[in-house]
Design a binder for this molecule. Structure first.
Ligand SMILES: Cc1cc2nc3c(=O)[nH]c(=O)nc-3n(C[C@H](O)[C@H](O)[C@H](O)COP(=O)(O)OP(=O)(O)OC[C@H]3O[C@@H](n4cnc5c(N)ncnc54)[C@H](O)[C@@H]3O)c2cc1C
Length: 434
């Protein structure tokens, strides 16, 4: 069966199917405006998600609706775009068909795969129930619930050892997400929660950030890593370097042969691309990212593009284009340019060239680090810049105002308004958590 969903344009128009309405996919659609095509945007979720601020939902600083927008609404003025809420399960590249869940098929002339990535457990997927990762809104609200429930249970726990375990929060992986989580949980425990509890002193919570590599923020310049580590330690977080976590369970984690008993463990290490390479039986790297040509097409299939976190392409110096939002957006815009050139009978644009604007991460306590390459910033000035940049990249005036107001409120009063446990006391707990 082929899908009967079409946009307003005649069916004879070149049909571009874009899978994934993340940063890359949306940018492709955006840059195809007024091109002689009809477009079908397929996503298994109904919303576009601003992942860089997910950790703020996980730590009760922002509400889910402040960082996500319905895809259908974002594309409402594009009459040539049909939006499908569906999950892609397979691709028949010879017949140029995409198979959706429930078995329906979608024909394409050009296919853009922008299906992103998920966290990876380095072959230990069984750790996921004990150490959830952060990728979706559900992940964020699950983590938020676990953090808040741990404090609630600690408040009612008479046994000191059990209370200590409830008030221990472990974050595995000290990339930007791990650092941001550790810093914000420390702020939550030290500044936001103390007045709300009677039996516990939330300031005594242990926040332990464990990293297998030699430093936090490994993608940043070394002095910024050192600065970030010291800032975290000043906030009261413990930073463990050079020791991989070798086990996650109901008890907590094992690293360096030691068991650290902790009720809450959050996974912020490792990335696994979506199975786009498997659908196409195309070459991929160890993280499952599809190896694409310099024009972002799949080898042997010029009608299929793969972009963003789902793909890997080298820069001229051999280093891979990083898996970050600006890279996905640049790739999305480039693909639209190639499609336009082809349809207009013009020569193909020069190979994709990534322009790196810089790396940003917040640390907590109104501090951040920014590495622009040509200049490095740290501290409060970097934090303000980080804040303005993120507000600028959010979609819509309402969300920008709402996020800005929330941040100002946190800045002024240390209060986080999204401290909600939404799935019931038991639903949030880790299996076996007591
Ligand atoms: C917690 C976190 C923090 C981050 N922080 C930053 C940051 O500070 N700065 C930065 O630049 N980058 C950051 N990133 C990385 C950045 O978000 C990604 O690089 C970017 O989202 C990649 O864009 P994409 O379009 O490739 O994929 P995504 O934005 O992940 O979008 C993929 C889309 O594909 C859909 N999809 C997946 N599989 C299917 C399927 N089978 N069928 C249909 N639809 C499907 C998904 O629902 C999703 O909407 C962060 C990522 C995370 C997880």
């Amino acid at each position: 069966m082929t899908s009967s969903v079409t946009a307003d344009d005649p069916v004879s128009l070149h049909h571009v199917v874009v899978v994934g309405a993340g940063f890359g996919g949306l940018e492709t659609v955006h840059h195809l405006a007024r091109a002689p095509v009809r477009i079908t945007m397929v996503d298994r979720r109904n919303h576009h998600l601003f992942q860089p601020l997910l950790y703020q939902v996980a730590t009760a600083s922002l509400a889910p609706s402040e960082i996500a927008w319905p895809i259908r609404h974002l594309l409402r003025n594009r009459r040539e775009v049909a939006t499908l809420l569906a999950s892609v399960e397979a691709i028949d590249k010879d017949a140029r068909l995409v198979r959706l869940d429930e078995g329906s098929m979608l024909e394409y002339d050009t296919l853009v795969l922008a299906t992103g990535a998920r966290h990876a457990y380095f072959g230990h997927d069984d750790w996921e129930p004990f150490a959830p990762g952060l990728k979706t809104l559900e992940d964020a609200t699950t983590i938020r619930g676990r953090i808040l429930i741990a404090f609630e249970r600690a408040e009612q726990e008479g046994d000191e050892t059990k209370r200590a375990a409830l008030m221990t929060f472990v974050i595995v992986g000290a990339g930007p997400t791990g650092v941001e989580l550790a810093g914000t949980i420390a702020e939550l425990a030290r500044a936001t929660l103390p007045a709300d509890f009677r039996n516990i002193d939330s300031r005594k919570a242990r926040i332990v950030l464990i990293e297998a590599g030699p430093r936090v923020l490994p993608g940043f310049a070394e002095d910024l890593s050192t600065y970030a580590q010291h800032a975290l330690e000043r906030l009261g977080a413990e930073v463990v370097l050079g020791l991989p976590v070798t086990e996650c369970s109901t008890k907590g984690v094992v690293y360096g042969g030691k068991t650290l008993t902790a009720a809450t463990v959050i996974w912020a290490a490792g990335v696994q691309a979506s199975p786009a390479a498997e659908w196409l039986e195309a070459p991929a790297d160890r993280a499952g990212r599809l190896k694409v040509e310099p024009d972002l097409t799949v080898p042997g299939h010029p009608e299929i593009f793969a972009i963003g976190d789902a793909a890997i392409v080298a820069r001229p110096d051999g280093r891979p284009v990083p898996g970050i939002a600006p890279a996905a957006k640049q790739e999305g815009a480039y693909v639209a340019k190639v499609i336009r050139a082809r349809l207009g009978g013009r020569p193909a644009p020069a190979p994709f060239r990534y322009k790196h604007a810089g790396d940003l991460a917040t640390i907590g306590e109104r501090r951040a680090v920014i590495d622009f390459g040509w200049i490095k910033l740290r501290g409060a000035i970097a934090w303000w810049l980080w804040g303005f940049a993120h507000i600028y990249f959010l979609i819509g005036v309402h969300n920008r105002l709402s996020v800005a107001l929330n941040w100002l409120w946190i800045y002024a009063r240390d209060q986080r308004s999204a401290r909600l446990i939404t799935r019931g006391r038991e639903g949030e707990g880790r299996s076996g958590q007591s």
